[in-house]
Design a binder for this molecule. Structure first.
Ligand code: SF4
Length: 394
């Protein structure tokens, strides 16, 4: 149940005028039931950050190089403990085969992540990246996450900046914001034994320090409340402030390019059997819209159609999102926990077009990718209403 509402119009006016919102403002917006007004404001602010009707998407592939994981997250249905019979580690040939298939479908990169393998040191990751980078020099390697970097630091006894410098030298292009969940230890400690809030944020500081970009995520509905979600947003905004200040001062440095919130997928998870309340579609849209209003220093907000379904993902485009994320040729982690939505490029372009926007493929750096005949794949999948009545009458 949401608490007594504070008046939100002055907060919305502030955001629209470009004034920074406080944590108190953010709390009031998340507690409000006026999600439509918040969504309209988020769209207006989205148009200030990205003043065009273009909605971008990327064609890439999730490759999960191993499911062996040394820690336990009660919200995860993907991992297997070391030594269990159904563990795997993909060979380099298997990874290359997946990359070849991705390139054939117009893909520009790979999002590669895995469990926290107890034996993989920095050299293992360097070998993997340098082999792939040598074979596919223009294919973008958007890989790993703060928990994996923290795991390397434990195994190889190296600090985060050194690890990131070495991975960058080996061919890493950027880092996904996985493993963020809720960046507040009161929640994290209850659901996971992986890296804590400070460690997650420090890895991202190191990523930006070595001049690489990353994204930031939030998975909510894991026993968190509004106050935890506000702290999460505040911590992301603070790190981004630091990164942007460094960039302004030195002319170099990375930053968060996008923020991607989604809701916990409960199927096949230990936590899913315990949680009694889960976020609704409105909770998702409101969280997305408030993120757009609060994160005034991050350019892109991404809709998560994979977890929310294509229709809610499309609706998110009117609640502050300007990007539809990935076509996702392969996904194994959230699908293990119940996200079974599939979409091809035509589906995604259709949803974007029908929401009143222009679809545009991009790469991980948000460069536009223009392929020949891409409009030909946009065949309408449903008849206009006028024709439907005829079809039914027949
Ligand atoms: S979420 Fe990642 S770190 Fe946690 S158990 Fe699953 S694979 Fe391991």
């Amino acid at each position: 149940m949401k608490a007594m509402e504070a008046p939100i119009q002055p907060i919305i006016d502030k955001a629209i005028e470009g004034e920074r919102l406080t944590a108190y403002d953010c709390t009031a917006l998340l507690e409000s039931r006026d999600f439509v007004r918040i969504g309209l404001a988020a769209h207006e602010v989205r148009m200030r950050h990205n003043p065009t009707d273009i909605v971008t998407y990327i064609i890439d592939r999730n490759i999960n190089y191993t499911n062996v994981c040394n820690v336990v997250c009660t919200f995860c249905a993907f991992y297997r403990r070391p030594g269990k019979p159904d563990t795997y580690v993909h060979s380099i040939e298997e990874i290359e085969k997946r990359i070849d298939e991705t390139i054939a479908l117009g893909g520009t990169g790979v999002l590669m992540q895995g469990g926290l393998h107890p034996d993989f040191n920095i050299e293992w990751y360097e070998d993997l990246l340098s082999t792939l980078h040598a074979k596919y020099p223009r294919f973008q390697l958007h890989c790993f996450s703060p928990p994996e970097i923290h795991n390397i630091s434990l195994i190889s006894k190296l600090d985060y900046v050194t690890i990131m410098q070495r991975l960058k030298a080996a061919g890493l292009n950027s880092m996904p914001g996985g493993g963020g969940e809720i960046l507040d230890d009161e929640v994290r400690k209850r659901v996971s034994t992986k890296c804590n809030t400070q460690e997650w944020l420090d890895v991202m500081r190191a990523v930006h320090q070595v001049d690489q970009i990353s994204t930031a995520t939030m998975m909510f509905g894991i026993g968190d409340n509004i106050s935890h979600r506000v702290k999460h947003l505040q911590r992301i905004r603070d790190v981004q402030d630091e990164s942007l200040a460094r960039k302004a001062e030195t002319g170099t440095g990375g930053e968060f390019t996008a923020f991607i919130p989604w809701t916990f997928q409960r199927e096949n998870t230990a936590l899913g059997r315990k949680i009694t309340e889960e976020p609704t579609g409105i909770d998702y849209l409101q969280m997305l819209a408030v993120s757009r209003l609060f994160l005034d220093n991050i350019q892109h907000i991404q809709a998560s159609w994979l977890t929310q379904g294509l229709k809610l993902g499309q609706t998110a485009l009117r609640f502050g999102a300007d990007d539809m994320g990935s076509i996702m040729i392969e996904e194994n982690v959230v699908s293990a926990a119940g996200a079974h939505v599939e979409a091809n490029e035509r589906d995604l372009r259709y949803q974007i077009r029908e929401a009143g926007f222009t679809p545009q493929q991009r790469d991980i750096l948000y460069n536009y990718i223009d392929r020949d005949n891409v409009d030909d794949i946009e065949v309408k999948k449903s008849l206009p209403l006028s024709q439907l009545s005829v079809a039914f009458a027949d």
